[in-house]
Design a protein around this ligand. Structure first.
Ligand SMILES: [Zn+2]
Length: 212
């Protein structure tokens, strides 16, 4: 906790001056983020850092394994669905990114046959939502040699699973129909901080194209 408190004081003292005008403007005019960015809770994946975004730019959802449940998955609550609806209907973002990543603990657990601890019933139920990803792995990726390759394939398939599930949300369908929303599937490689984007034409994740 001490580190957090020191960080708050450091921000107030050293950084806030650079952002004072921006925060005041955002406070007065409200937020108008351009992108809904759904990524993993993993401490190594920082949406704003890796995209060099500023306050007000991204509406961020972080959840375990950047899973996007289908619209009919209600459970006790579905906060990811709530964020999707808010971003579509109220914020009207123009872009939606699902960003998976390497060495994802949720993916490892998803692929792991070991029983989940009884102390984590919510985690167990949450990861069950992505069970179709494991089925895809078992169907299409039996040729992969090692667990590292399987985990990368699963993380990528989990992003595609999320993109598919987005189509089950009426609010997303509406925005896609009128051409005001673009969907993007990304994969972040932690060791090198490289970003890969899914290309529907080649059906591959390729290095993010340089800006034009
Ligand atoms: Zn993760």
């Amino acid at each position: 906790m001490q580190r957090l408190i020191e960080g708050v004081h450091k921000f107030q003292k050293d950084e806030f001056g650079n952002y004072r005008k921006l925060f005041r403007k955002l406070s007065q005019e409200g937020q108008n983020p351009h992108t809904l960015f759904i990524t993993c809770s993993d401490s190594r994946v920082l949406a704003e850092l890796i995209t060099q975004s500023k306050p007000g730019d991204l509406f961020v959802v972080k959840n375990v394994g950047n899973i996007v449940p289908p619209a009919n998955a209600r459970g006790d609550t579905n906060s990811t669905a709530a964020a999707i609806e808010f971003a579509m209907e109220t914020l009207r973002v123009s872009d939606l990114v699902i960003c998976g990543h390497s060495q994802c603990g949720a993916i490892t657990q998803l692929l792991d046959k070991a029983p989940v601890s009884e102390a984590t019933p919510h985690l167990r139920d949450w990861l069950k939502l992505a069970a179709p990803v494991v089925e895809t792995l078992n169907r299409n990726y039996t040729h992969l040699p090692g667990s590292r390759e399987r985990e990368t394939a699963a993380a990528e398939e989990n992003v595609l699973f999320g993109l598919d599930n987005l189509h089950s949300y009426p609010c997303v369908q509406d925005r896609l129909m009128d051409g005001s929303l673009q969907l993007h599937g990304w994969f972040f490689k932690i060791a090198t901080a490289e970003l890969f984007a899914y290309d529907p034409d080649t059906r591959q994740f390729s290095p993010l194209a340089p800006e034009h």
